[in-house]
Write a protein that binds this ligand. Structure first.
Ligand SMILES: [Zn+2]
Length: 195
């Protein structure tokens, strides 16, 4: 089994770190369970074809780390570019796991829609999987701050979204029609920082 990879930059997403690591996204893996099965049978296929920094082929596996995704622990592989003038590392995440966020896309999407509609998240999202209002507002702030760039890329791919008159209506329609997971992947492919 061989998937295609998109080793696009997410350094702006990670720019608040001292040593940003670019991520490559494995498309088509929609759930954590699918990813765990994929790792059991095709872990060698996690390796990106090319280094996301210099674009050359020849990455070496450089260990792995464990991260949480919702309430599961999953393995994420790191890769090292073996060229001396590059020598940087990257990691590879499945489409279903957001880089640097604990909550999966569907949880983020549900919480953001409720906040944008002015509804209470407490009434709908169960406590064990509920992000704090402060966290959701941080997501919303970022979503709104990147609106111009994301709007441009997503409308070029999904023209019907161009009819939305406000930021809130745009994101609600986008989540409903495309889903936050796929929209984030599309944004990543366009070399923009994902939400
Ligand atoms: Zn490289």
């Amino acid at each position: 089994m061989r998937l295609r990879y998109w080793g696009m930059s997410s350094t702006h997403l990670l720019s608040n770190t001292t040593a940003p690591t670019r991520v490559t996204i494995l498309p088509g893996i929609k759930t954590v369970l699918e990813y765990q099965i994929f790792l059991k049978n095709h872990s060698q296929d996690c390796k990106p074809d090319r280094c996301p920094y210099c674009g050359r082929s020849g990455l070496w596996c450089h260990g792995s780390y464990t991260r949480t995704a919702d309430r599961a622990f999953v393995k994420v592989f790191r890769y090292l570019c073996h060229y001396q003038d590059c020598g940087r590392t990257c990691s590879c995440l499945p489409e279903c796991i957001p880089p640097r966020r604990h909550y999966l896309w569907d949880r983020q999407q549900a919480a953001l829609v409720l906040v944008m509609l002015g509804k209470s998240i407490k009434a709908i999202i169960p406590p064990f999987s509920r992000p704090s209002l402060r966290t959701i507002n941080r997501w919303k702030k970022r979503l709104f701050a990147k609106y111009n760039e994301h709007h441009l890329h997503l409308c070029s791919r999904y023209p019907e979204l161009g009819k939305c008159a406000t930021i809130e209506s745009f994101w609600i329609a986008c989540f409903e029609q495309v889903g936050m997971m796929r929209a984030s992947f599309d944004i990543h492919q366009a070399r923009e920082a994902i939400p």
